[in-house]
Design a protein around this ligand. Structure first.
Ligand SMILES: [Zn+2]
Length: 437
C-alpha cells in the first residue's frame, strides 16, 4: 500500500524539536518525490534546518497548489507509550509513533498524492508544490517563516503568479460531536498575542504592608484580564453552527440554531462562564487570556519592589490586537502595571475558494452522513505564514478521529489507524487530482 512503509520509516526519525534534526525526514520525502519524477530541493535555513520543497510544473496563470506539512515533532514521555515512539511499529491495526498524526502522516498523504499525480497522465492546469518544513513546533522561525522570506518563489509566490492556495493541518474529521461524523475545513486561526506585564511597587519588610505592593498588583491585573473576553459568534463559526443544526435533531438542533441565529451573540455572552467547559468550541467563541508566567520576590518576608508576568492571549481573527492591547494597558495602568507586546502572530481568514468545494465533495465520499463545516482553530499552524502573505489557506485532512485518538496529538501513544490512513491517501490523491486538472 502506498505510503504505509514510508510513514513507518519517517516515524523512526527522531525529529523532536528542539533540536529538530529534520534532515533525515526531509531526505526520505525527497527520495520518494524524486523517484516519482518531481523536482525536489532541500533549503537549509541559517540555523542548519532542512526544508523540503518538491514541485510539479504547470501553468502559472492560476494559483499554485501548495501541500504544506512539517517534519519536526514535539517531545515524548517514553515510559507512557505502549510502543517505541520512534519505532514506527505497525501493530493492532495502527501505525504508532510521534508524528503519526502531527504531522508526518499528513506529509506522507501529500507526498503520495503528488507522486500519484506525477505518474498519472493528467495534464496539469497549475503547479503543485509539496512543502515539508522544519521547526513548526517552535514557531517556524527556521521553517515556514524563513522559507517564505528567503525563497518565496519556490513556494508559489511572485514571478507574476497569483498567490498560492495552501493546504495544511488543523482540520481532522471528528466523531463524537454529533451523531454523524463532522469534517471541519479550517479557514482561519486565532491571533496569538503574548503580553509581558511589569509591576513596580514599594519594597520593604513583610511585617509592614506597603502602599504599593508590586506582587499584589500584578496578581490583581492578571485576575482582571484573564478568562474569556468579548464572547461572540465569528461569521465562520456561525456558518459552522448552521451546518451542525441541519444535521442534528431535537434539543441539539435547537441549540445550534440559536447559536447560528441573531440571538447567538447574546447566548455566547450568557454562556461566558461555561465556555471553559466547552473546550475547543468554547475557545472559538471568545478572545481568551491565559496567565502563563509569574515571577516576583526572592524571600518570604521581603516585599519585592517589582513583579513580572506573561499572558497568552488568543484573539478571534476579527479582534483588533492594537485595540485589545490598549484596553488591557488601561486596566493595568490603574494598578501601576505596564503592558508590553512581546509577540503577535495573526493572519486573515481565507475565503472559500475552489478547493473548499473539492474538499467538501471528497469528504462526503468518506461517509454518506458526513457533515462538512467551515471552521477556525484556536492554535496557530504554519498555514498562517502563507495566509498573512496573501495566500488562501485551508486546514483539511480526510481522516476521521475519535476524541481518544485526537488526544494522542502532543499526548501519549500517538497513532493512526492503518485503514483510515490508507483511505486518506486515496482521498488526498483524489482531491489534489481534481484541484489541479
Ligand atoms: Zn503540527
Amino acid at each position: 500500500m502506498p505510503g504505509l512503509e514510508l510513514l513507518s520509516t519517517l516515524l523512526r526519525v527522531d525529529s523532536t524539536n528542539p533540536p529538530g534534526n529534520e534532515g533525515p525526514a526531509a531526505e526520505l520525502l525527497r527520495q520518494r518525490l524524486e523517484g516519482a519524477g518531481l523536482e525536489a530541493n532541500i533549503f537549509v535555513s541559517p540555523g542548519g534546518r532542512r526544508n523540503l520543497v518538491a514541485r510539479l510544473d504547470g501553468p502559472r496563470d492560476r494559483p499554485a497548489l501548495v501541500l504544506l506539512s512539517h517534519t519536526d515533532v514535539v517531545g515524548v514521555e517514553e515510559e507512557r507509550w505502549s510502543h517505541d515512539p520512534f519505532g514506527g511499529a505497525i501493530a493492532d491495526g495502527f501505525v504508532w509513533g510521534r508524528g503519526a498524526l502531527d504531522m508526518k502522516g499528513i506529509a506522507v498523504m501529500h507526498a503520495e498524492a503528488a507522486a500519484a499525480v506525477a505518474q498519472s497522465d493528467t495534464e496539469l492546469r497549475r503547479e503543485v508544490i509539496v512543502v515539508a518544513v522544519a521547526d513548526e513546533e517552535a514557531g517556524g522561525v527556521e521553517g515556514a517563516e524563513w522559507l517564505l522570506d528567503a525563497h518565496p518563489e519556490a513556494v508559489g509566490f511572485g514571478q507574476g503568479r497569483p498567490a498560492p492556495e495552501v493546504l495544511g493541518e488543523g482540520g481532522f474529521g471528528l466523531s463524537g460531536i454529533i451523531d454523524a461524523p463532522v469534517m471541519p475545513i479550517v479557514l482561519g486561526e486565532k491571533t496569538a498575542l503574548w503580553l509581558r506585564l511589569s509591576a513596580e511597587g514599594d519594597p520593604g519588610h513583610g511585617s509592614l504592608p506597603p502602599r504599593r505592593n508590586a506582587a499584589h498588583n500584578l496578581m490583581k491585573v492578571m485576575g482582571k484580564l484573564s478568562g474569556y473576553r468579548s464572547p461572540r459568534i465569528h461569521p465562520v463559526m456561525r456558518d459552522q453552527f448552521r451546518s451542525l443544526a441541519e444535521a442534528s435533531s431535537g434539543g441539539r438542533e435547537k441549540a445550534f440554531r440559536t447559536l447560528a441565529g441573531s440571538g447567538g451573540p447574546l447566548v455566547a455572552r450568557a454562556l461566558a462562564k461555561q465556555l471553559r467547559a466547552a473546550g475547543t468550541i468554547g475557545a472559538l467563541l471568545a478572545d481568551t487570556v491565559t496567565p502563563t508566567q509569574v515571577s516576583a520576590g526572592y524571600k518570604h518576608n521581603v516585599v519585592p519592589g517589582d513583579a513580572q508576568g506573561a499572558l497568552d492571549c488568543r484573539l478571534l481573527p476579527d479582534t483588533d490586537p492594537a485595540q485589545f492591547v490598549a484596553t488591557a494597558a488601561k486596566t493595568a495602568a490603574k494598578y501601576g502595571v505596564t503592558v508590553d507586546t512581546i509577540g503577535l502572530n495573526g493572519s486573515p481568514v481565507s475565503e472559500r475558494g475552489r478547493f473548499y468545494e473539492i474538499a467538501q465533495e471528497v469528504s462526503r465520499t468518506l461517509a454518506s452522513n458526513m457533515v462538512v463545516v467551515p471552521s477556525l482553530t484556536p492554535g496557530t499552524t504554519d498555514v498562517r505564514a502563507f495566509r498573512k502573505r496573501g495566500a488562501t489557506g485551508y486546514g483539511w485532512v480526510p481522516l476521521v478521529l475519535t476524541p481518544e485518538l485526537l488526544a494522542t496529538i502532543h499526548g501519549h501513544d500517538e497513532r493512526v489507524e492503518v485503514k483510515g490512513f490508507e483511505r486518506a491517501v486515496e482521498l488526498m490523491t483524489e482531491a489534489v487530482l481534481r484541484a489541479c486538472s
